[in-house]
Design a protein around this ligand. Structure first.
Ligand SMILES: C[S@@+](CC[C@H](N)C(=O)[O-])C[C@H]1O[C@@H](n2cnc3c(N)ncnc32)[C@H](O)[C@@H]1O
Length: 368
């Protein structure tokens, strides 16, 4: 879960039927039955991965780990040598301080178990494994989980074109969730880049399930229930609000190549009739009367642009909001306080979020 979105992510899991939801640091723990776990894979917009815990055992070092892994699951059912797998590790235990080394210990335990059973072993596939395992070590304990998503859930499949300094799709969806935008007011991104904030806003309002095109590792699980899965797939498909007419969703992008990429992304998401992308500087673009919502992730200097030039851009953005958007609300993702000062607006709310490791604030301004 992107850091800063744990509480919002927890609310999303609850709304989809999860229980005992506890937001932690960059993660949320929860309980769910299998139908709910399938539903979360298909419908949750905020997580990177969903992990299903399958074993938990005391672990004080390499030998405990090796034995514990061999006993953790009935590998004869779960990991035939014809299947590929990968192992990811977080945390440490005595003598197990490096995640890569620990992952090798897990792999050795698994292939030894396979050789004992069949005389042959699985191959490792990091990109698209049949079984994706996650081990967490800490407090004298090991927790083994299965990652049902395979590749990260933020990859929705609509974004071939990246633009400059793109937000990940799940972070964009989380930021939109925090705005509370419900599809009843116009929403405009004056520096839209790849268009991801507007795309995630539209998909959320239309209740389009994000995972319908994803290839899920959970379909290779030994206890996979195809009928239950099909039921949840149909349920996810039927949630789409085909009847909903959305107001203006407009992206403005000064760089013509990036604007074209945004249009390609909008088309790939099936939203060509829903989101308009306009090429040009935002200052030239009129806005309808408020209320409405501006969402914006302007450049903030760590990756693109230089500070003096950027201050001018933020000044221009503040003026634009005050002159063209009275009665609107502005949400702006800032990674640099010096720049937001140049807006000459007072933030009413500041929500800390991490964007790819950069400490940012999702700031709310009421434009009067
Ligand atoms: C940080 S990027 C936005 C990234 C976007 N959120 C995404 O995930 O793809 C900022 C974008 O603002 C655009 N931009 C900069 N100045 C602009 C202006 N005056 N009017 C419109 N777009 C502008 C840049 O070309 C860049 O694509």
């Amino acid at each position: 879960m992107p850091q800063g979105l744990e509480a919002a992510g927890g609310e999303e899991l609850i709304a989809l039927g999860a229980h005992a939801v506890k937001p932690g640091r960059r993660a949320v723990s929860f309980e769910a039955d299998m139908a709910c776990l399938y539903r979360l894979h298909l419908q949750a917009r905020l997580p990177f991965h969903l992990l299903r815990q399958v074993a938990r055992f005391p672990c004080q070092g390499r030998e405990d780990l090796y034995e514990g892994i061999r006993q953790a699951l009935d590998w004869e059912r779960w990991l035939h040598p014809s299947m590929t797998f990968r192992v990811d590790v977080t945390g440490t235990a005595p003598g197990l301080n490096h995640s890569h080394f620990t992952a090798l210990q897990v792999k050795n335990a698994l292939v030894d178990a396979q050789r004992d059973l069949w005389g042959e072993r699985s191959s490792i596939d990091l990109a698209d494994p049949d079984l994706s395992l996650h081990l967490h070590l800490g407090h004298g304990e090991a927790q083994l989980s299965l990652d049902g998503s395979g590749s990260s859930l933020h990859r929705r499949g609509y974004r071939a074109a990246m633009g400059a300094a793109p937000l990940k799709e799940n972070l964009a969806a989380g930021l939109i969730r925090l705005t509370g935008w419900d599809g009843s007011q116009p929403i405009v991104d004056p520096c839209c880049g790849s268009g991801v904030l507007l795309i995630e806003a539209a998909l959320t309002a239309l209740q389009q399930a994000p995972g319908l095109k994803h290839h899920f590792a959970l379909e290779s699980w030994a206890d996979f229930q195809p009928e239950l899965w099909d039921k949840e797939v149909n349920r996810a498909r039927q949630r789409r609000r085909g009847d909903l007419t959305l107001p203006l969703l407009l992206g403005i992008e000064a760089n013509p190549t990036i604007a074209d990429q945004a249009r390609a992304n909008v088309a790939a998401a099936g939203l060509s009739g829903v989101i308009q992308i306009c090429t040009g500087r935002f200052s030239d673009q009129p806005l309808p009367d408020g209320p409405g919502v501006l969402v914006c992730n302007p450049p903030y200097g760590q990756r693109i642009g230089d500070e003096a030039e950027l201050k001018e851009l933020y000044r221009e953005l503040g003026n634009y909001a005050k002159t063209k958007a009275p009665g609107w609300r502005l949400w702006l993702l800032s990674g640099n306080r010096n720049l937001t000062g140049a807006l000459r607006l007072k933030a009413e709310q500041r929500i800390p979020v991490s964007n790819g490791g950069i400490d940012c604030r999702w700031l709310r301004y009421e434009i009067r």
